[in-house]
Design a protein around this ligand. Structure first.
Ligand code: K1U
Ligand code: ZN
Length: 167
């Protein structure tokens, strides 16, 4: 397994739209394992292939405390959403920034697992937030782009300052 480098906002590659996976094979399953290891070591609760510069519709998520409930979503489709709720979000591509975003409260998503088996999942709470956040990544959208232009400008300035101080 390997820990993959995570693209950092405002890297333009985070805005690429991911393509459908047409063949679920050993190469995809290795990427799933590497993305899971990358997510757990970050640490994070989700990761989209876009964030590791792989522009295919693949997401890993584990919101469990014990890191024992890995969920893999290939070619996910949102088939139903209900209600609205504001939640605080973070992103491994935007380190140190936590902001409130309004999203659907309950969702139903259809996807394939790493063996190509279709499944349907109903989600609410943190899992629903995380699925929507990761599906945004596959569309080339980063969570800060839900915020006002003023907030986005301030966030970019803060990240620049953080990076100047780190390197
Ligand atoms: O970068 C990502 O897409 C992952 C992101 C997922 C996410 C978090 C919160 C709300 C929506 C989506 C993260 O995992 S950020 C890190 C984080 O939230 C966390 C890290 C360790 C323990 C618990 C949470
Ligand atoms: Zn993210």
């Amino acid at each position: 397994m390997a820990i993959l480098p995570i693209l950092q906002y405002p890297d333009e590659r985070l805005h690429k739209v991911a393509k459908k996976v047409d063949q679920i094979n050993e190469t995809i399953r290795k990427l799933v394992r590497d993305m899971a290891e990358t997510m757990y070591s970050a640490p994070g609760i989700g990761l989209a292939a876009t964030q590791v510069d792989q522009h295919i519709q693949l997401i890993v998520i584990d919101v469990s405390e014990m890191h024992d409930d890995l969920k893999v979503f290939i070619n996910p489709v949102l088939v139903h959403s209900q209600g609205e709720k504001e939640n605080e979000e973070g992103c491994l591509s935007v380190p140190g920034i936590y902001e409130n975003v309004t999203r659907a409260e309950r969702i139903t998503v259809r996807a394939l697992d790493e063996h190509g088996e279709p499944f349907t999942l109903e989600a609410e709470g943190l899992l629903a937030v995380c699925i929507q956040h990761e599906m945004d990544h596959l569309q080339g959208r980063v969570f800060v782009e839900h915020l006002s232009h003023l907030k986005q400008t301030r966030i970019r300035a803060k990240l620049k300052k953080q990076r100047r101080e780190t390197f």
